[in-house]
Design a binder for this molecule. Structure first.
Ligand code: SAH
Ligand code: SF4
Length: 369
């Protein structure tokens, strides 16, 4: 871990700064438990409520396929994992999950899957977008999270009803990115960034992010990741803890990782610091947070997040969508009136029903606010 040796500013001073430099971010990332809870997370939560709707936005997450052409060393869906049973939801199953979200006033869905650039896959997504748009009469915003695609494909999807895209850069350190991926042109850091620029160019509301607690990742790396999100000027962000999967090469490094509690805590600090840096973006309380703690979602919402993803993938598929190994905390069903959802929302915050939940940052960027 990188420990700074220049003079530290007082925490109160840092938290009231209008901007933070790398050194100051490192200082905040190194805060101990009590100071973090009492000062950093509280400040981030206050800023979230002040600069955004004091509500939590909900997204219906549909993990429609676990087939993937890539081989990221950290992910259980990687192509070389022969143990996983692969699935692809049918059009009807995907559409009925989307209609469920619409009827239950979710306002927005996320279609996510492993990566495929096969033209039949791309065409199928276009067809699905058209159908969902037609059947929901514009009442549902559609976010895609389908990895790297050509600019033409992104454009076609945008023109046919997708308006938001999530594509994490995973780490802003090119050396670490290389270590986490096979050394081939399908797994290039530069291509990932190019894809993010294409998405922005086309007009998408763009979300990105990174994993916390990766093998060999330093506190300095995380500070750089946070500054990189600000530099990319993202509209939405997802920061989640790295969680090992036994069928991946990184499993060998399990013994070198930060303990789970520390990883969770470092993720919450990262979310909070991002909120200080980017006051009007949407920040998700990621599902991986919940894997580390049954209270993970609530903790995220008290640390600067304002979005939650409710999993609408049918149970028989959900158990096979194993980016990482899921814990018993994972919720088996996420209907909107499910008690566990309300329990995971901090008191005083309401769920924004029937709300698209556009990021204010995006609306301002588009001069719509
Ligand atoms: N295939 C698409 C979308 C699915 S993966 C893509 O890669 O963009 C979505 C996210 O899951 C990835 O961006 C990565 O940050 C996260 N992820 C994958 N494996 C993980 C792991 N072992 N621990 C935590 N997050 C992981
Ligand atoms: Fe595939 Fe995405 Fe997993 Fe990489 S992170 S192996 S692209 S599903």
């Amino acid at each position: 871990m990188f420990i700074s040796n220049t003079a530290n500013s007082s925490i109160a001073e840092l938290l009231s700064n209008t901007s933070l430099n790398r050194q100051q971010i490192i200082q905040l990332l190194n805060l101990d438990g009590a100071t973090t809870k009492n000062q950093l997370l509280k400040k981030a939560h206050q800023i979230t409520l002040k600069y955004n709707n004091p509500q939590v936005y909900i997204r219906g997450l549909i993990e429609f396929s676990n087939r993937c052409q890539k081989n990221c060393l950290y992910c259980g869906l990687r192509r070389s994992n022969r143990i996983i049973e692969r699935y692809m939801m049918t059009d009807d199953e995907i559409i009925s999950a989307a209609l469920y979200a619409c009827k239950n006033h979710y306002g927005s869905i996320v279609l996510q899957s492993g990566e495929s650039t096969d033209h039949r896959f791309c065409y199928r997504v276009t067809r699905l977008l058209k159908k969902i748009r037609h059947l929901t009469h514009g009442k549902l915003k559609i976010t895609l999270s389908l990895g790297e695609q050509s600019k033409e494909t992104y454009k076609t999807w945008f023109e046919n009803g997708a308006s938001r895209y999530l594509l994490r850069f995973e780490t802003s350190n090119p050396r670490l990115y290389q270590m986490l991926h096979p050394q081939d042109s399908n797994h290039s850091f530069d291509k990932r960034l190019e894809a993010l620029f294409h998405l922005r160019d086309i007009g998408y509301m763009v979300g990105s992010g990174f994993m916390v607690g990766l093998p060999t990742q330093s506190i300095g790396d995380i500070a750089d990741d946070l500054l990189f999100l600000a530099q990319l000027d993202v509209d939405m962000a997802g920061i989640g803890p790295f969680i090992c999967h036994s069928q991946t090469p990184l499993y060998n490094l399990k013994g070198t990782l930060l303990p789970e509690d520390d990883r969770l805590f470092l993720t919450l600090k990262s979310i909070a610091i991002l909120r200080l840096l980017m006051k009007e973006i949407n920040i998700a309380a990621t599902t991986a947070l919940e894997t580390l703690s049954v209270e993970g979602r609530k903790m995220g919402l008290l640390a600067g997040s304002n979005v939650i993803m409710l999993n609408l993938t049918p149970d028989r598929y959900k158990t096979k969508y194993t980016l990482y190994e899921k814990s018993k905390n994972h919720r088996s069903y996420e209907g909107i009136n499910n008690k566990t959802i309300h329990q995971s929302i901090p008191s005083g915050i309401k769920i924004a029903y029937s709300d698209f939940g556009d990021s204010i940052h995006y609306l301002k960027r588009q001069k719509r606010l």
